[in-house]
Ligand binder design. Structure first.
Ligand code: DGL
Length: 260
């Protein structure tokens, strides 16, 4: 049986890219909701209905687990999907705890979508772990649009980031939390704009560790040749141009993965 990775768009590929290295004998289904991306600037009701539709499709493909490789969809809909379906559903939330654990002294900047930043899940997370109020939150919705058009390091991306980061004294921060899976593609330009001491923190490792733990516990890890089957909003991706598009994302992930 396959493991599904779901995102509003191609951000989820950054989590899948990591999972493919950790789980080389699993078969994956990747679902990008290209008809509805971006989620982060829509209403919570809209996002819930999109996730609902995506789950209907993925469950119909007889998958053994779903990774919601999207912080926004997790914030809105993971709890509801867990109530509805009896299979492991692994969500993602900004890795603020991991970032605070770096030194517990300097500030932490969480960048994510507007929905994630404003959501109750984020509030609960910070009430719990950010007792000293060291975390600042910054929505960067335009990065999702840049990522979808494969604009990873243009002058427009750099100007956007410089403008958004201008109000922050970055020397006071020890970590930047990439709280949206679309943001991993920008680690190159972000590295240039950040002080050398800034750590980048994402949720990929923790998510894949939890996925592995849950599958192992259920005796559901497999020993198969690795495959990835991709869907855009329920339509199988077979067009060579689209496959080439997805390959370009994987190549960019090969590059940014090495950036710390
Ligand atoms: N990739 C998504 C996340 O991790 C959301 C991007 C969007 O659709 O706005 O939050």
């Amino acid at each position: 049986m396959k493991i599904a990775f779901f995102d509003s768009g191609i951000g989820g590929l950054s989590v899948l890219h990591y999972a493919m290295q950790v789980l080389p004998q699993e078969q994956f289904l990747f679902y990008a909701d290209e008809d509805h991306v971006p989620y982060g600037v829509k209403t919570r009701e809209q996002v819930l209905s999109y996730v609902d539709e995506a789950f209907d499709f993925m469950i119909g493909q007889d998958v053994k687990a779903v990774v919601v490789a999207c912080n926004t969809a997790t914030s809105v809909a993971a709890a509801e999907m867990r109530r509805r379906y009896d299979l492991p559903i692994i969500g993602m939330e900004p890795a603020a705890k991991k970032a605070l654990d770096i030194d517990g002294e300097h500030r932490v900047l969480v960048v994510a979508t507007p929905i994630t930043v404003a959501g109750n899940k984020m509030k609960v997370l910070l009430d719990h772990f950010d007792k000293d109020h060291l975390v600042d939150k910054l929505p960067l919705p335009q990065l999702v649009t840049f990522a979808e058009r494969q604009e990873f390091d243009s002058p427009a991306v750099e100007t956007y980031l410089r403008d958004q980061l201008a109000p922050y004294d970055l020397s006071k921060y020890s970590a930047l939390v990439l709280g949206c899976t679309h943001f991993n593609y920008f680690k190159g330009v972000l590295r240039r704009l950040m002080p050398e001491t800034m750590h980048f923190v994402d949720g990929n490792e923790g998510t894949v560790r939890e996925l592995t733990r849950q599958l192992r516990e259920r005796g559901k890890l497999e020993n198969l040749p690795q495959t990835v089957t991709c869907y855009y909003s329920g339509r199988r991706v077979t067009d060579p141009q689209e496959i080439a598009r997805l390959d370009r994302y994987m190549k960019q992930l090969d590059i940014v993965e090495k950036i710390r």
